[in-house]
Design a protein around this ligand. Structure first.
Ligand SMILES: *Cc1c(COP(=O)(O)O)cnc(C)c1O
Length: 481
């Protein structure tokens, strides 16, 4: 056949194929008689039909579709529309299995809540509450009173309030204390936290003027002292969170900063980032700054996150002197950054657990995962390995591997926690394909690839997720057959 004839033939087939594509109306017609489509709203069905028809049209135009018989009656075509419509009916925000070993994983939702917090959220969400109603006096109340006393009790602070997150706490505090004034901060503490949240950018938004002192690796008391002028409104210390300065370094202690502030009549603020209410060094972990230590050192205002090492819901907690916290509460920005009632319910219950440290460690998942013994993690790894081997498929190989996990959440930056992982390899399936399969499974399993193996860290995997992981591997084997 001459090349031009062949070309003409292809064009003709293509046109026939394009003509054979059904319209959305035809799909809707068929859907009426197919019980698989019952309960799927018309709008969803139309969108799914359009998507599948358009995909198919593109395939024909790009000559990827060769079978001329394929029409709307093709069950494969309808199945695609069904799959697309069914997927659209599922929530976009979904649970995943965190097999990364990063306990406070910002991309995977940071902290899991304790049961007590979940119960409290459910109760408060489904009923009216005394959110801003003083039951004793029968009149309007403040939402902050729900947690204020509790936070003061746990930290030793004089006064407290809560906002949407720690970034909001920093913004609000700076705006209240240092609007149009200079804030002195060490160059070594101007951190970017991820999700491109940079301390200097937040400071700029607050209207405070940043005055950097020292060098990246060394800042001395003198540097702060020399920078103080009648323009100065605040001395700020920022916890370096997700990185650590090692080697030839110097920084000024909280105590020295508080003394310097007192000498010049300047308040001192500390952004603790994660902050914690219990001493992690007691559990074999690296020491993280305690909120109570900063309070005791005399820092005027301290901010920290609710969902990092605290293990509660997303929130920003502000503690400090009554004088400053009262001013913060009156700032109109507070209304824009305010904490929502579900968060407040979760935060209150989480904080209550801290009254008994042993109970907190046991019932707050973030703390439980961080302090979990290696023996316990090893047990979980061996269980999963056993379940995988019981699939009795010669292609799959699973072994327990010693790889460290990370705390995450901008905390304990230098700390690699010894952990136990399950490393999986499947003959005939590339590790990349395996990783993709696990990620696209329901529920998705998020792990990592090391040395051509799919690695699942058991520190962050819950016991009832082991059968789900095994099922995900089983479908992977089945699909590859
Ligand atoms: C994480 C972090 C923040 C931001 O806290 P969010 O609760 O995520 O808003 C601010 N400052 C420091 C030092 C942090 O580590």
């Amino acid at each position: 056949m001459a090349e031009s004839d062949k070309q003409a033939g292809i064009t003709k087939t293509r046109q026939a194929l394009l003509r054979s594509l059904p319209g959305v109306d035809r799909v809707l017609e068929i859907a009426k008689t197919d019980s698989d489509f019952t309960g799927i709203p018309r709008s969803v069905l139309i969108a799914a039909a359009r998507l599948v028809i358009e995909t198919r049209r593109q395939m024909i135009l790009n000559e990827k579709l060769k079978i001329p018989e394929e029409t709307v009656t093709d069950s494969d075509f309808l199945a695609q529309i069904k799959a697309s419509a069914t997927a659209a009916m599922k929530p976009n925000l979904t649970r995943v299995i965190n097999a990364t070993g990063i306990v406070v994983h910002t991309n995977l939702g940071r902290s899991l809540l304790a049961d007590a917090a979940l119960d409290h959220i459910r109760t408060v969400a489904g009923r009216y509450s005394n959110l801003e109603f003083n039951l004793a006096e029968g009149r309007r109340g403040s939402r902050y009173t729900v947690v204020e006393d509790l936070i003061c009790e746990l930290t030793g602070a004089e006064s407290a309030m809560v906002v949407n997150n720690n970034a909001a706490a920093v913004l609000l505090s700076l705006d209240t204390i240092a609007r149009n004034k200079e804030v002195i901060v060490s160059r070594g503490e101007l951190v970017e936290i991820g999700g491109s949240f940079r301390i200097p950018d937040v400071m700029a938004k607050s209207g405070a003027i940043l005055k950097e002192v020292g060098t990246t690796n060394r800042t001395h008391l003198n540097d702060y002292q020399r920078a103080i002028s009648d323009q100065t409104g605040l001395l700020l210390k920022v916890h370096s969170s997700n990185f650590a300065l090692v080697g030839f370094t110097a920084s000024v202690s909280l105590k020295e900063m508080v003394e310097l502030g007192a000498r010049h009549g300047l308040p001192v603020m500390e952004d603790l980032g994660s902050g914690t209410l219990i001493d992690f060094s007691k559990y074999g972990l690296m020491k993280e700054p305690l909120v109570s230590e900063s309070v005791a050192a005399g820092v005027d205002i301290i901010t920290f996150s609710g969902d990092k090492l605290l293990g509660g819901p997303q929130a920003g907690i502000i503690v400090g002197t009554k004088l400053i916290v009262d001013k913060i509460k009156l700032n109109p920005l507070t209304r824009a950054l305010r904490i929502d009632k579900l968060t407040l319910a979760g935060l209150e219950s989480t904080l209550r657990l801290y009254r008994d440290e042993a109970k907190a460690i046991q019932s707050i998942p973030t703390l439980r995962m961080l302090s979990c013994s290696l023996a316990e993690i090893h047990k979980k790894a061996r269980r999963l390995k056993g379940m995988i081997l019981r699939l009795k498929d010669t292609r799959i190989d699973a072994e327990v591997a010693d790889l460290p996990s990370k705390a995450g959440g901008g905390a304990l930056p230098l700390l690699d926690l010894p952990s136990k992982c399950v490393a999986v390899r499947i003959n005939g399936i590339s590790v990349d394909a395996l990783e993709t399969h696990m990620r696209e499974h329901h529920p998705p399993v998020i792990g990592r690839i090391v040395d051509d193996k799919f690695i699942m860290d058991m520190r962050t995997v819950l016991n009832d997720e082991l059968p789900e992981i095994t099922a995900a591997l089983q479908t992977c084997l089945k699909e590859a057959q």
